[in-house]
Write a protein that binds this ligand. Structure first.
Ligand code: HSE
Length: 340
C-alpha cells in the first residue's frame, strides 16, 4: 500500500509514530510494511517511490519545522507527480470552505485513489458529493477519526451494528467544551477553563469553533450522513454553544444533582447541538476531555461508547483502523477494492 499523507501536524505526525509502532503488525498481517511515498505539509513536501522513513520524517519536522525538502505552490501538482494508492488527508480543518483538504480529497477520488481523512471541514460541507465521487470512481472513503477521535462510533454503527435500526444518537462530541464545563462544575470560571484548554492543546486553532458548538455540529453532520443516511450539511444543524452557560446555571443544575453538558443529537426529526441538563451518574455526565456517544438501537437497545476525542496517537489509532479495513478488503479481493 503506497500512502500519500497530506498534512503533517499533530495527527500526521501521530500517524507516522503509529506506523513505527505497528511495523511488525503490518509485516505479519500483509507480508510488508506500509510504504509512505509522499508527505506534504502546508508549504513543503518530500517524496520517494521506494518509501520514506517515518523516523526521518518526524526528525526533520522536529528540527526544521518542515516535513519536506522541496517547496510547492499547488498540492494537486505534487499529488499528480506521485504514484500512490491511498491519500491520508489530515491537513487543518477549515469549516468555512473545506480548505485545501477538500481540494485534495476531491482530486484523489477523481484520480481513483482511496482516501482516509479526519478532516471535518470537507465532510461537514460536502459529504454527499464526496461519497458520490468515491462511489463513481470505485474508491474507498473512510473517516472514523473525524468524530470522537479514538472513540469508535462511525464504523461501530456501520459495521458492528449494521443490522440494527438506529433511531437516535446523543453524544458529547467536543472535548474542549466538556473540559470547560467539567472545570466549571468545580468552581472555575469559563475564561480560566478555556485558557487551560488552549494551553493543553485541546481547543481548535480558533476556539470559537469549539465553544460556539461549530466543531460538534460538524460531527453531528458527519454522523447524520454516514450513520443515518441523511443528506444534510452544516447549515442544517441547530447550534447553541456554551459561551452563555454561566456559573450560576452550573450551580443551579448541581443543586438538582445534574450537570450541564454540550450534547450533539441526531434523530429522524432532530439535528442539534446545545447545552443540556444531564443527571449525575448518567453515561453522558462524563468529565474532562472524554467524548461519549449513546446510540439507541431496536434490537440491542442503548449502546454507549466513550473514549479520547482528540490527541496525536489517539486520532491516529482511528486512521489505523480505517487503513486495516481497506487493506483487508483489498486482500480479500486480491487487488483493488469496491466502495461501500
Ligand atoms: N477541538 C476538538 C475537541 C478536537 O475539543 O474535541 C477534536 O475534534
Amino acid at each position: 500500500m503506497r500512502v500519500l499523507i497530506s498534512g503533517f501536524g499533530t495527527v500526521g505526525q501521530g500517524f507516522a509514530e503509529v506506523m513505527i509502532l505497528r511495523k511488525d503488525f503490518f509485516i505479519e498481517r500483509y507480508g510488508k510494511e506500509i510504504s509512505i511515498v509522499c508527505v506534504m505539509d502546508s508549504s513543503t513536501y518530500v517524496s520517494n517511490e521506494s518509501g520514506l522513513s517515518p523516523n526521518e520524517l518526524l526528525e526533520r519536522k522536529k528540527t526544521t519545522g518542515k516535513v519536506g525538502t522541496e517547496t510547492y505552490q499547488d498540492s494537486l501538482k505534487v499529488m499528480d507527480s506521485v504514484d500512490y494508492d491511498l491519500l491520508i488527508e489530515v491537513s487543518p480543518t477549515d469549516i468555512k470552505t473545506g480548505g485545501v483538504g477538500l481540494k485534495n480529497i476531491r482530486h484523489a477520488l477523481e484520480s481513483g485513489k482511496d482516501v482516509i481523512t479526519v478532516n471535518k471541514g470537507p465532510l461537514a460541507l460536502k459529504f454527499c458529493e464526496l461519497v458520490s465521487l468515491a462511489k463513481k470512481n470505485n474508491c474507498k472513503f473512510r473517516f472514523e477519526g473525524s468524530v470522537g477521535g479514538a472513540m469508535p462510533i462511525i464504523n461501530l454503527c456501520r459495521e458492528s451494528l449494521v443490522g440494527e435500526n438506529i433511531s437516535s444518537m446523543r453524544g458529547i462530541l467536543n472535548g474542549t467544551c466538556n473540559f470547560i464545563l467539567s472545570k466549571m462544575d468545580n468552581g472555575q470560571s469559563f475564561e480560566q477553563a478555556l485558557k487551560e484548554a488552549q494551553q493543553m492543546g485541546y481547543a481548535e486553532t480558533d476556539p470559537t469553533n469549539d465553544i460556539e458548538g461549530y466543531d460538534a455540529a460538524c460531527k453531528v453532520v458527519i454522523l447524520a450522513n454516514s450513520v443515518f443516511r441523511k443528506s444534510v450539511t452544516f447549515s442544517d444543524v441547530n447550534i447553541t454553544g456554551i459561551s452563555s452557560v454561566t456559573s450560576e446555571a452550573i450551580a443551579l443544575a448541581a443543586s438538582h444533582n445534574m450537570v450541564i453538558r454540550l450534547i450533539g443529537e441526531v434523530s429522524d426529526d432532530k439535528l442539534e447541538v446545545a447545552p443540556r441538563l444531564i443527571p449525575k451518574g448518567h453515561p453522558l455526565s462524563i468529565t474532562g476531555t472524554l467524548n461519549a456517544a449513546q446510540v439507541v438501537t431496536d434490537l440491542a437497545g442503548p449502546i454507549t461508547v466513550s473514549g479520547r476525542g482528540a490527541g496525536r496517537i489517539e486520532t491516529a489509532s482511528a486512521i489505523l483502523s480505517d487503513l486495516v479495513s481497506i487493506m483487508d478488503d483489498r486482500k480479500e479481493r486480491g487487488g483493488k477494492c469496491r466502495n461501500q
